[in-house]
Every structure is written in structure tokens, then in C-alpha cells.
Design a binder for this molecule. Structure first.
Ligand code: 2NL
Length: 330
């Protein structure tokens, strides 16, 4: 005989399965789970009546209750999977990217002519095996002058020519101080190139700025000669300006001996573009190198001056004025 409780269980299963199949959101599905299978759900309530059954019917009803429970759980799982898939599908459709829509325009900017110049020069030296070195813009008197064989009465050390800070330090007047620091910390062979901002107490005009950029190179090794210096400079200048005539003219710097200026024939005129020389033995001694074993060469040039020659600029102040009509040309 089919008991009343069994009929109710089977009816619950039918009702539950219908309701679950009709659930159209994950939230309403969860409500149905609680309603049918929850602690105080319909199944629990029905099974609460088991106690009134005759003992011999209980196992059978228990088995029916289990199949009902499993059937409802299976329906719930299947419907959850289907609803989740539908939700993702709806999201994919809603978020479809229209690749034909016009984009948002972000102005790109470009490399400043001074930085472009520095990048080009460094590339050439890195191609010759040089390492880029940098150091502080605020320096001590020692690294900027004394280690560079520049005597106390040299005009560069005058208050008129250098920015001194109240504590006795100064703003570096060349990047040579970077090379002194590098030599102190490393042993030959050395090949370095030091770009950077330098400061001079100049009156600003079309060809002078108080803050400008310099690049210096330094090579120290056993057996380096003036020929190595000339070859290096020639390769560099021709990579920079093209196959133009260059000439070396005797000159003077406190930190090199002999020293020379380098001229470049540009548009039919000789232009002075660099200074250079063999590193003075006193500079090698200052960093603890034995000048009987090592020799070296060094050179320096102003980045703005190179830019003015290459780009035919009439006034150095243009490169600092941030006038977009000017900057957009590079
Ligand atoms: C110029 C000339 C020069 C150097 C820089 C140098 C550095 C060390 C030792 C020896 Cl650590 N020399 N630098 C040498 C000759 C010329 O620059 O006209 N610069 C704008």
C-alpha cells in the first residue's frame, strides 16, 4: 500500500523539479534550494512526520525521501550550471568591443633636441665599447678642480665663473668630476662617456647659457697614444656630422697635456667643436694610477653647441624656451 507520506514526497519532487526548471536567476534558484532542501525546508518538514509511521514502513519511506532529495539536488545543480553559463553569455554580449569605434587621442610628445643629441652621441660611443657614467651635479672643490690639476689661481675657480654654494660646495662646471669619481672606484682599462648638466656663471646671450649640457669621454689603458685619441674623435665626429674634414689645433687645458681643439669644416667654414688631450700625469696620480704604467686621453664638448651646428639654430635660448612651434620641428 502506498502511504500518504510517500505520495506527498513524490508530489514534492514533482513540484520542486518544475519550480527549479522555471527559475530564471541564480538568486531565485537559491531561494528554491532553501525552500525545498533547507534545514526548515519542505523535505525536512515532511520527514518530521516519519515518527508517526509504523516502524516497518520507515526504511522504505526513508529510501524514497533520499531519491527525492537527490533528484532535487540534481535539478538544482543542472539549473545552476545553465544559469551561470547564460549569465556569462549575456555579459559577453553586453561587453562586446567595437573595434571600429574611433579611439581616444593622446598627444605623444617627442624627444627634446638636446636629449636627442645626447642619445645619438652616447650610441656612437657605446658602439665603440664605452660605458655611460653619471655623478652628482653638486660637487666639492676637490672633484671639480683640485683632482683635475686645476690650480687655486686658475680663472675657472674664480667666484666670477663658478656657482659656489654657501657650504663651500659648488655646481659642477664640467662632467670631468664624474670621471674622477669613476677612476677612484675602478681600475684600468677604462672607457667611459659622461653626459650631464653643467653650470657656469656666464652672462646669458645667443651662444651662452648658465646651465647647459656637456659630454666628456675618457679612456685609460696601457699604451694609449695621441693617435688613439685622434682616431676616436674622427670616428665620432664623422658618425655625428658625416664625412667632413677635421683638424686638430694645439691648445691648453689644466687636465690634459698635450691639449688640442678640434675643428670641423662645416658649410665651408672651420668651426671649433671639441676640446681634447692626453690625460695629465697629475690627474692620474690624483686617483692613484701610476702614470709610468698608464696613459689615457679625454675629450669634451657642449651638447647645445652640437645641436646649434647640426640644426642651424641661431640662439641657444630657443632650446630652453619650451616653445612648441620650435620643439615640434625635431
Ligand atoms: C671642452 C673641453 C675637455 C677633458 C675635457 C678630462 C677629464 C679628465 C681628465 C682629463 Cl677626468 N681631461 N676632460 C679634457 C680635455 C677637454 O673638454 O671644450 N669641453 C666643453
Amino acid at each position: 500500500m502506498t502511504s500518504n507520506l510517500e505520495t506527498q514526497l513524490l508530489a514534492l519532487r514533482e513540484e520542486g523539479e518544475k519550480a527549479i526548471a522555471a527559475a530564471d536567476t541564480l538568486e531565485s534558484l537559491e531561494e528554491l534550494r532553501v525552500k525545498y532542501l533547507g534545514k526548515k525546508g519542505s523535505l525536512s518538514v515532511l520527514l518530521g512526520g516519519m515518527g508517526k509511521l509504523p516502524a516497518e514502513e520507515r526504511p522504505k519511506i526513508g529510501a524514497v525521501a533520499n531519491t527525492v532529495k537527490e533528484a532535487l539536488q540534481t535539478s538544482l545543480d543542472r539549473q545552476r550550471t545553465a544559469l551561470e553559463a547564460a549569465k556569462i553569455q549575456a555579459q559577453l554580449e553586453a561587453e562586446t568591443l567595437d573595434v571600429t569605434m574611433p579611439g581616444i587621442y593622446y598627444p605623444q610628445g617627442r624627444v627634446h633636441p638636446i636629449n636627442g643629441m645626447i642619445d645619438r652621441a652616447l650610441d656612437i660611443f657605446v658602439g665603440m665599447g664605452y660605458t655611460v657614467a653619471s655623478g652628482p651635479e653638486m660637487e666639492t672643490d676637490y672633484y671639480n678642480f683640485e683632482a683635475l690639476n686645476t690650480p687655486p689661481d686658475h680663472p675657472a675657480r674664480d667666484m666670477q665663473d663658478t656657482f659656489y654654494l654657501p657650504d663651500g660646495n659648488l655646481l659642477r662646471t664640467h662632467t670631468s668630476s664624474v670621471q674622477i669619481r669613476y677612476m677612484e672606484n675602478e681600475e684600468p682599462p677604462i672607457r667611459i662617456v659622461a653626459p650631464g648638466r653643467v653650470y657656469r656663471r656666464d652672462n646669458v646671450d645667443a651662444t651662452h647659457a648658465a646651465v647647459f649640457h656637456q659630454i666628456e669621454l675618457l679612456a685609460i689603458d696601457e699604451g694609449l697614444t695621441f693617435t688613439d685619441l685622434k682616431g676616436t674623435i674622427k670616428v665620432f665626429l664623422q658618425a655625428m656630422f658625416g664625412e667632413l674634414p677635421i683638424r686638430f689645433r694645439a691648445s691648453y687645458f689644466p687636465f690634459t697635456e698635450p691639449s688640442a681643439e678640434v675643428d670641423l669644416q662645416w658649410n665651408g667654414r672651420w668651426l671649433e667643436v671639441m676640446g681634447c688631450g692626453m690625460v695629465d700625469p697629475n690627474v692620474l696620480k690624483a686617483v692613484g694610477y701610476d702614470p709610468e704604467i698608464y696613459t689615457g686621453f679625454a675629450a669634451g664638448f657642449g651638447v647645445e653647441r652640437f645641436a646649434m651646428v647640426l640644426h642651424q639654430l641661431d640662439d641657444i635660448r630657443r632650446v630652453y624656451a619650451s616653445d612648441l612651434r620650435f620643439l615640434r620641428q625635431f
